[in-house]
Write a protein that binds this ligand. Structure first.
Ligand code: SF4
Length: 707
């Protein structure tokens, strides 16, 4: 930070999406904040989207903040203010009792891709290393876990190979299951600028909705939900038939091509086109655009990840990069966009129920022993802990007794959320660590711990291109709120665990960096001083690194698999989502809108952000609306066996017939729960990644009639 004329200037990083834009915060004598885009930052080059531009309001408006620890004192859920010592001693006593009586697997921690890496690190160490359970999962399970699994299966490790500079170097972009124009706006501005500079650049978009991203496409494939694999296989088939594949790369650097080739030949292009409901000619055109490209980038997010076949969808797309040899070179590669700001950092420290730090393998005994020795804790079990939705099932049926929820709002964000509410009401003990006094989870909390927010604590995050950035502390947290890492360390000490007496976050980070040494994500050459000086670097960043880290992976075509070859998986293409029926004939898909973030606990405080879209709505095709006698702005009921949602209808032919769309943001936090999309979303999960099927629920829509 530096200051002139009483105004202090700080450089930090946006805490919303995984783009990871650099922000300059100015703080005047009165503590008033202003933000602007950091012109020197390699990600955003001075640009910010509407959410980032208004980030300071979320810090300056403290009206909803939790200020003191609280404990519930009666069955009605009323709570009273207590000291930090009382809150943590009570929590430690309950956890010790439950662990003694039922074992360590009777407790669980549910965290967030918005936690800083240091917070993630101490949480993972606390849970896996000392409590002795792998029951730590995060809302990244709802977001990136299908991509994580697919990267591991195809490239050998969870490694995003590309960097944002590849956008400007690509001449064909295949954006599928993503709407970066709204959800990753600065990435999209870079795409638009690249296309303006290079009109030869071709953009293909596949999506059931003609989004703002699709509107900019040279070729738009408005596919039926759940048919992504069929589409990708058909494109693969045409590429093979036309010879637009990289034979040398396939032969020398991949395995599985023959089985893949046989699989994609099972359907003709015409058959695939009928399944996807797109013209066969468009599939051939997509293949021709890809086949002619010198740089081919695939870009995707939740449309592929949030699916009961999410891992297979990911693999079918990565296959297109592998058969064309478009990986490990400028302008090319598979590029999963990250929804949350630090989903990647969480994966680095092993902060999911099936991971170990630094991409070590939970199933590998030597890896577990190494981490246990490094931490000096208890034996780490080989069995993965409960994933996000499994945690709530285990609470529901009594296998899990206590849950600690931090930095996330599951009673808005989990699928089939009424089940999650019921599960939480059955828990013996609930700890909620939060910044806001609004989330519905607080109603179930036995102990409430007030946490510091963005700009009130320092730490690091890693964006979607493996770029690690430092976040400054700019203002003090209100009341007695503490940084999440400090809360977890205090609790660990109350439990009597050694190794949680860090003086500051840089010590936590130094320990995390040491633990990565010798692994594929080696950042042993990194520390806070370097990050503060350089602002951001890309991992790996080993000891000998003197520059800004590693822009691109696999430039030597050596993958992380045992044979060093990438694996082309001949995945099946059938969708396993719940079946449509005459009673439930429509596919519901959910997602973000441009100016809101997740469950609106931050963006909901900024009135400017409501100017774009002020309330929840249902997107429905005019033909589907007419069949049901539904008009524009009419109140409708979206229903199935799990529950219902009531919002106004928005008629648009930009959505495919037979498909309806609800934004994910609204719910009890700002009123009643009638507009909460997850009342009706599907509880099915991908069998490998455990990621829920948010993009496909069978529903009926009808006009609302007063009871
Ligand atoms: Fe923040 Fe994402 Fe917008 Fe950048 S694109 S300013 S990281 S919300």
């Amino acid at each position: 930070s530096r200051g002139t004329g009483g105004v202090m200037e700080f450089k930090t990083t946006c805490c919303y999406c995984g783009v990871g834009c650099g922000i300059v915060v100015q703080k005047d004598r009165n503590g008033k904040l202003q933000v602007s885009g950091d012109k020197d930052h390699p990600v955003n080059r001075g640009m910010l989207c509407s959410k980032g531009m208004n980030l300071h309001y979320t810090v300056m408006d403290q009206g909803d903040r939790l200020l003191y620890p609280e404990m519930r004192y009666n069955k009605m859920g009323q709570r009273q203010r207590v000291s930090w010592d009382s809150a943590l001693e009570r929590t430690a006593a309950v956890f010790k009792t439950l662990i003694n009586k039922y074992g360590p697997d009777s407790v669980a921690f549910y965290a967030s891709g918005q936690c800083l890496t240091e917070e993630y690190y101490v949480l993972n160490k606390l849970v896996k290393g000392f409590i002795g359970t792998n029951n730590i999962d995060t809302n990244s399970r709802l977001c990136m876990s299908s991509a994580v699994a697919a990267y591991k299966m195809s490239l050998g490790e969870d490694s995003v190979p590309v960097c944002y500079d590849d956008i400007e170097l690509a001449d064909c972009l295949f954006v599928t299951g993503a709407n970066p124009a709204w959800c990753h706006p600065i990435i999209w501005r870079r795409v638009e600028a690249a296309k303006a500079a290079n009109p030869g650049m071709k953009i293909i978009v596949a999506d059931p909705r003609k989004t703002q991203t699709a509107a900019a496409a040279d070729l738009f494939l408005q596919i039926r939900p759940g048919t992504d694999i069929t589409l990708n296989h058909a494109i693969g088939r045409v590429l093979i038939e036309t010879g637009d594949i990289d034979f040398d790369f396939i032969k020398n650097h991949t395995e599985g091509f023959d089985a893949y080739s046989a699989k994609v030949m099972e359907r003709t292009v015409e058959e695939a086109a009928a399944i996807c409901d797109v013209p066969a000619e468009d599939i051939r055109t997509a293949a021709a655009l890809i086949g002619n490209a010198k740089g081919f980038l695939t870009m995707w997010t939740m449309g592929l990840n949030q699916s009961v076949i999410g891992v297979n969808k990911n693999l079918s797309l990565i296959n297109l990069n592998l058969i064309t040899g478009h990986i490990g070179k400028p302008g090319s590669g598979p590029f999963s966009l990250t929804g949350q700001p630090n989903a990647m950092g969480g994966r680095e420290v092993g902060g999911l129920a099936n991971l170990l730090p630094a991409h070590r393998n939970l199933a590998n005994e030597a890896d577990r022993k190494y981490v246990q020795g490094f931490w000096g804790g208890v034996e780490i079990g080989s069995k993965p802990g409960y994933s996000a939705t499994e945690m709530f099932q285990a609470l529901h049926d009594g296998r899990l007794k206590a849950i600690w929820i931090l930095c996330t709002n599951p009673l808005l964000s989990l699928p089939d959320v009424r089940f999650a509410e019921e599960a939480l009401s059955r828990a013996k003990f609930v700890v909620v660590q939060e910044i806001s006094n609004k989330p519905e989870t607080l109603r179930y909390a036995d102990v409430v711990l007030p946490a510091a927010a963005w700009a009130e604590k320092e730490g690091t995050m890693t964006n979607a291109e493996r770029r690690i950035a430092y976040l400054n502390k700019i203002v003090d947290a209100p009341g007695e709120a503490l940084p999440d890492a400090a809360i977890l360390c205090r609790f660990a000490r109350k439990m009597g665990y050694p190794g949680f007496d860090y003086v500051n976050p840089s010590e936590i980070y130094a320990e995390h960096c040491r633990l990565t040494e010798g692994t594929s994500i080696d950042i042993s050459g990194l520390n806070y001083e370097k990050l503060q000086a350089q602002r951001s670097v890309q991992w790996p960043f080993p000891k000998e690194e003197t520059g800004a880290g590693t822009q691109r992976l696999f430039t030597d075509k050596q993958f992380y698999t045992p044979t060093k070859k990438a694996i082309i998986h001949p995945v099946a293409d059938q969708n396993n989502s719940e079946a449509l029926s005459p009673e439930l004939p429509l596919v519901l898909t959910t997602g973000r809108i441009r100016d809101q973030w997740h469950t609106m606990s931050k963006t909901g405080k900024v009135s400017k952000l409501k100017q774009h879209i002020a309330q929840a709505f249902l997107e429905i095709h005019p033909a589907d609306a007419a069949k049901r006698g539904i008009g524009e702005d009419q109140l409708v009921v979206i229903s199935n066996g799990r529950g219902e949602v009531r919002v106004k209808a928005k008629l648009t032919d930009s959505i495919k017939k037979g498909v309806v769309f609800l934004p994910m943001h609204w719910g009890k936090i700002l009123g009643n729960d009638a507009n909460r999309a997850n009342n009706v979303t599907s509880a099915l999960i991908d069998p490998i990644s455990k990621e829920p099927d948010f993009k496909y629920a069978a529903v009926q829509v009808s006009p609302y009639r007063k009871p």
